[in-house]
Design a protein around this ligand. Structure first.
Ligand code: GLN
Length: 191
């Protein structure tokens, strides 16, 4: 199984380690040709504005959007989630817009900007969710599944081939979400 990890900016190394630990082969996506042959993709945390710009400059933006629309499984964390969101509450720039949710960037006030919380994420209880200047999800379309919430705001969602998280599973040792994503990729390959 070949998993692309967008590696233009941000916290991509930790995702690579997590995926490799679980037996996946990882390919760093730094230019458009790197998209060739991948079975799934991870969009890491970092700075969504910078990532969005780089995707455009590098010519990755349109082909990536197309691949996701065509069903390529994607695991997006934090800035990655912002890249996928159809609408941003406090930013006029939107990016790939493949996930029908409204996201608020830097949603937790300065004091609470970074925190850790044990969350139930879908079927996984006590998931150590690490938030770093994270967004939250303000609104979801009816067919988007909410997997986790913090103070009544969705912080993890699943919609068809897309999993979006406001926190950083790659920064903990808990691999259940990465495993879940790889299972989704494997499932698509077997059909
Ligand atoms: N604050 C960043 C943004 O708005 C996201 C933070 C992160 O990815 N940890 O893009």
């Amino acid at each position: 199984m070949l998993i692309g990890v967008l590696a233009v900016q941000g916290a991509f190394i930790e995702h690579e380690k997590a995926l490799e630990e679980l037996g996946a082969t990882v390919k760093e996506i730094r230019q458009v040709d790197d998209l060739e042959g991948i079975d799934g993709i991870v969009l890491p945390g970092g700075e969504s504005t910078v990532q969005g710009k780089l995707l455009k400059q590098l010519g990755i933006f349109d082909p990536l959007q197309q691949l996701i629309q065509n069903g390529l499984p994607v695991l997006a964390t934090c800035a990655g989630l912002i890249l996928l969101a159809e609408e941003l509450l406090n930013d006029t720039r939107t990016h790939l817009r493949t996930l029908p949710i409204t996201v608020k960037r830097n949603a937790y006030g300065r004091q609470l900007a970074s925190f850790q919380s044990q969350l139930t994420v879908g079927n996984f209880t006590d998931f150590p969710a690490i938030f770093i200047r994270g967004p939250y999800i303000e609104k979801v379309a009816p067919d988007v599944k909410v997997l986790a919430t913090v103070d009544d705001h969705a912080v993890a969602v699943e919609y068809k081939n897309q999993i979006g998280l406001a926190f950083h599973p790659e920064l903990s040792q808990d691999r259940r979400i990465h495993r879940y994503f790889l299972d989704k990729v494997a499932n698509r390959l077997s059909h």
